[in-house]
Design a protein around this ligand. Structure first.
Ligand SMILES: CC(C)(COP(=O)(O)OP(=O)(O)OC[C@H]1O[C@@H](n2cnc3c(N)ncnc32)[C@H](O)[C@@H]1OP(=O)(O)O)[C@@H](O)C(=O)NCCC(=O)NCCS
Length: 176
């Protein structure tokens, strides 16, 4: 695919930074998971919106696990990058990094895939999105894995018959 047909990942890359304040935390002084997910949703939505040039809505959030507590006074940075566009939906990869007052070396806290659907401005119905043009090795890897992740989430949502999940089935066959 060439650049004229779609948009590169860099064109919509979004970086979201936030200082963790006392009202973001639980009684232990750790960031509440729900607040982090909200910021990830905002960063992902901005990124998907920049790619599609449409309003977007979140249609699905893949597994989000919290490896380490994020403390009040820490600074988090969320990097959001599109991985692949399908027809009207687009997958965004989010990575969260934390720095503390004592160390400016970012530690990765978690990552997740969110899927957004672009809506037509007038009808508010799902509308076609431009393809993603992956350029770097990591971008190509995430682009290639996106079909399998899509198959899996549509099966789990009861929107796809496992028999139709060609990419996922091929992936498991290749592992044999
Ligand atoms: C998102 C929404 C517009 C989709 O409407 P729909 O009638 O299901 O439309 P479709 O079945 O045509 O699906 C649209 C796209 O979403 C994808 N999709 C639907 N359910 C999905 C799921 N659970 N996971 C991943 N993708 C999903 C479809 O695969 C399709 O993508 P594609 O066109 O790239 O193939 C509708 O479900 C909605 O408005 N949901 C609420 C969104 C919202 O308010 N989010 C904020 C959270 S409160």
């Amino acid at each position: 695919m060439n650049k004229e047909e779609g948009k590169t990942v860099a064109e919509s890359k979004t970086v979201f930074t936030q200082l963790i304040m006392p009202n973001d935390t639980n009684p232990l002084g750790n960031l509440m998971g729900g607040n982090l997910m909200r910021w990830m949703d905002i960063a992902g939505g901005i990124c998907a919106g920049r790619h599609t040039n449409n309003n977007v809505v979140t249609v699905s959030v893949d597994n989000v696990s919290f490896k380490e507590a994020i403390k009040v006074g820490d600074v988090i940075t969320i990097n959001a990058n599109v991985t692949r566009a399908f027809n009207t939906s687009i997958e965004v990869f989010l990575e969260v990094f934390t720095t503390s007052l004592s160390s400016n070396i970012p530690k990765k806290s978690n990552n997740a895939y969110f899927t957004f659907v672009a809506l037509d401005e007038k009808t508010l119905k799902p509308t076609k999105v431009k393809p993603v043009v992956p350029l770097t090795e990591d971008e190509v890897k995430r682009y290639e894995g996106a079909l399998r992740r899509r198959d899996l989430r549509l099966i789990l949502a009861g929107k796809m018959d496992p028999k139709d999940a060609k990419d996922l089935r091929q992936f498991f066959r290749d592992l044999d």
